[in-house]
Design a protein around this ligand. Structure first.
Ligand SMILES: [Zn+2]
Length: 300
């Protein structure tokens, strides 16, 4: 199941029955248990793709209580959309998903948001080693009749040979950046590389200041190992994603797009990315079910 290409995906998940069996296997690797009473004695009602619990008589399907339940969308379209979002380096717009899956724009938009939500890292590990920190501004096209541009601040933190974090910040002040740094760096940080922006000396604590190295971008882009090139390349990927794929990102949804990009970036070497994302989708519903069903009326 690793490094699956599109042809293999289509063959493997050609219909809902195959998708349901896959969900069942991922959800209950040690055998089906009752979601209600955790009972282990469960019978299948093959005719209706259901299970019945011997102790509490609860009838349920493989998708019961998950994001895939109560969806009008065939499971194989969920799987295909998940695959496409995992595999496209710069992300995919709802319009692309709409065309490729033959569904309405609203359905595609809603689907992408739910997959994106499942991609969120729920308990990220603190970053260490050598980290690069930089800030960038996205969105808020300057318009002549609207002098105040509403650009969003994004702080990027990248552990060399490790994970990337992209965080929307309310502003680029030292106090805001300090909170973001402290929430994302562990005490095992060895070197912190930034440019010579005045934000960072005030944002770093004493311990961090001792590890701080700066690069002057007006003179040079790298001084040996002291550079912020890897976080900058992530920024350029983000900007190409926003310009080329998502076109106009609502400020409200920016954090979700940032999380999606980080998820893909941090899993770029994961041969089981599709499977792991389906596992995250199965798990994500239990927390978000109410919120998701409240939005159900938006689905065409
Ligand atoms: Zn039961």
């Amino acid at each position: 199941m690793d490094d699956m290409n599109l042809v293999e995906l289509v063959q493997q998940f050609a219909d809902d029955e195959k998708c349901r069996a896959y969900i069942e296997a991922l959800r209950w690797p040690k055998g089906v248990t009752c979601p209600r009473c955790k009972g282990e004695k469960v019978y299948s009602i093959l005719k209706r793709d259901q299970f019945v619990c011997d102790s509490c008589s609860y009838q349920f399907s493989a998708t019961a209580g998950t994001i895939f339940h109560d969806t009008h969308l065939p499971l194989w379209k969920w799987f295909l959309a998940t695959y496409l979002l995992c595999e496209s380096r710069k992300g995919m717009s709802a319009n692309q998903i709409k065309r490729m899956l033959g569904i309405s724009y609203k359905t595609a938009w809603y689907l992408c948001h739910r997959i994106r939500k499942a991609m969120q890292e729920t308990a990220p590990e603190p970053l260490g080693g050598t980290v690069e920190i930089d800030e960038t501004y996205v969105g808020g096209k300057k318009r002549r009749w609207r002098p105040k541009s509403v650009k969003q601040v994004v702080i990027g933190i990248r552990q060399r040979n490790g994970d990337l974090r992209l965080i929307r910040a309310k502003d680029a002040t030292s106090a805001t950046v300090r909170d973001i740094i402290n929430a994302n760096l562990g005490s095992h940080v060895e070197v912190i590389v930034t440019d010579e922006s005045a934000i960072y000396p005030w944002a770093l604590n004493k311990m961090q200041t001792n590890k701080h190295r700066t690069i002057n971008h007006t003179r040079q882009y790298a001084h040996g190992d002291v550079h912020t090139n890897t976080v900058e390349s992530a920024f350029s990927l983000l900007k190409r994603g926003i310009v080329g794929t998502w076109h106009k990102v609502d400020a409200k949804h920016l954090p979700a797009y940032l999380d999606e990009m980080c998820f893909r970036f941090n899993n770029r070497k994961n041969p089981y990315l599709f499977r792991d994302t389906i596992i995250k989708l199965i798990a994500s519903s239990n927390i978000e079910y109410k919120e998701l069903t409240a939005k159900e009326q938006d689905v065409a």
